[in-house]
Write a protein that binds this ligand. Sequence first.
Ligand code: MOS
Length: 723
Amino acid sequence: MTETFRMDKAQARLLDETGQGVIGTPMDRPDGPQKVSGRARYAADGTPEGTAHGVLVRATITKGKVAAIHADSISDLPGVIGVVSGPEFIRNPAQGMANAAPVQPGTRVDYHGQPIALVVGESFEAARDGALRLKVDFEAEAGADVDPDTASEVETGDPSAVGDWDSAFDGAAFKVDREFTTAAQVAAAMEPHAAIAEWQGDKLLLRSSLQMLRFNKNEIADSLGIPAENVQILAPFVGGGFGSKLGIGPDAVAAAQAARELGRPVRVVMPRQAVFDSILRRTETTQRVRFAADADGKLRAVGHDDRVSNLWEEGFAEPTSSCSQFLYGADALRFQQSLARNHRTPTGSVRAPGEAVGMLTFEAALDELAEQLDIDPVELRLKNLPDTHPMTGQAFSSRGLAECLRRGAEEFGWSARGKPGARREGDWFIGVGMASAGRPNMLIQASARVRLEAGGATVETDMTDIGTGTYAIFAQIAGEMLGLSADRVTVRLGDTDLPGASGSGGSFGASSSGSAVFLAARKIRAKLAEAMGCDADELTLQDGIARGGNREMAISDLVQSEIVEEAQIEAGKTAESHFSAGYGAHFVEVAVHAWTGEVRVRRMLGIMDIGRVLNEKTARSQAVGGMVWGLGAALTEEISHDPRTGHIVTRDLANYHVASHADVPAQMEVSFLDNRDDEANPMQSRGVGELGISGAGAAVFNAIHNACGVRLYDFPATPDKVI
Ligand code: MOS
């Protein structure tokens, strides 16, 4: 019997009393050896007997129709089985949790690269050969909007504002009013999109690389017109997602359709180029950031307007100003978004949608204001922390931003900072920069089942581990709660036949689904207390021994055969009354080459407040990963589009440069405050993954200015712009 818990503050704190010392430790991932030895089974591994292989055919026009697909043009090719296409080829799935649906209707073409058919063959090579040779007649239409800067349709939302903005801004003595641009990006997960679909009667077994199985199950069912209970998805290992696998992809839908038509399993593995142009991208943005302040540095007005893009009919718009709305207080704040409709690859959530690009510009403009005011940028931020959420009036849950800023400045040696251009080593200008980090924290409905047996426990949920450490963290939560070392806990994930979890997205995975594990384990504790004849409060479980009410027993003796409990967490009243967010501060040192404009990041320090740390090692890895993405956003990451067709030109990881080892400084430090967020969830923890990226790139930009005195307004800062 599943019990549903609504979050309320009273449920918190138990993890500080269990005293097992398992939670929070930098435990290695139990799945690590499987991954590095190649035994971990990813979506395309373990092809079933009789599997056929599919390769997607993508549109070579930007706008128009697929008039005819000539399957007979490849029917004589050896190994080609057939072509799956037609108006029902790929239907839009329900959008659910996963915003931008990455698949489009079958005969209408909305962008260059859109999947239009699947060629199926006995081997991958045969299918690829068929896909290359398939004759397709397109009816191209004129008037494609390939450039959001000149889009014919721009939807502008109403501003959201508090205070009398115009008079607050106009009346202030110091002002910054800047327009920034940021480049389009892709998620660039290591594992490409892949699916193996297998039908058993009217039931679909799908292995696919996905982040959000509970939602993905409904999406694929909707696409295929079958009941969700006829679908089982398996995704025990996922090689990164970064947003691109929040929703089902064309690989999964096409594989399932082809497998149904052919009566045999079908495997579709998308090549890197197809992942680039036919899944989703992060929008390019144009942002206007405005600050107004008094001479003492008190903010009078904050404004952040942005223009983003997407295809027609897509619901997603990058929430660029998400952090700008709560980090700092002012007499008046104003935010407004425009959405340009265009014929480019659809846009969706990519690693920290919103603040990843919004904080680049917001924190860079604030640096310029600090310079104008001649106030230290750390001081300026500390001076303007609001008492309550400036837009909603909600109380903040625990907020360690001030401590992050102060500690970061101290540990980094910020006070040694000089004037722009003051420090030079040979041909290199040296500079330092800083920025705040923020990320709204969420609690998403999640269920989990925990089974305590003599000698160990098992955690079961359809939660995914996308490289984030779920296997380790859940073993720690259950171990901490049940008096077991983490290696006595088996964690089963990535199977929709198990209780439905939050999925991995929005940095809510570990906390939301982990809370369900926590609550199920807490119910087991209650059962054990009953068996001991003591109050649940009195019970301690440690190293396999239960103590309570002057009794002491081996837990294995208390468990007859097994105790199984399931629990579900939902957001509750604290989520309405309180605003929970992660915070941090980034400090960066760069060297800028005087003659080439090359920027090298020499040091990065991030101090993060993520509430309770569930696993110090995986949390650190998440934060470091985010900071590396931030470095890439500042210096190298950029999609180029063909100006004639809107097609993505940079379609592989050689042309699209994500920061690599050679770009990353040897000195990359992260530390966490020892904090608790009573309002976030029963474990008092917050999300971490997307926090690391937030503001990191702005700190790099601010350091470039401090190094050589140049202010840039166009991300990334490639050498041509710096010079
Ligand atoms: Mo994230 S961009 O919600 O996977």
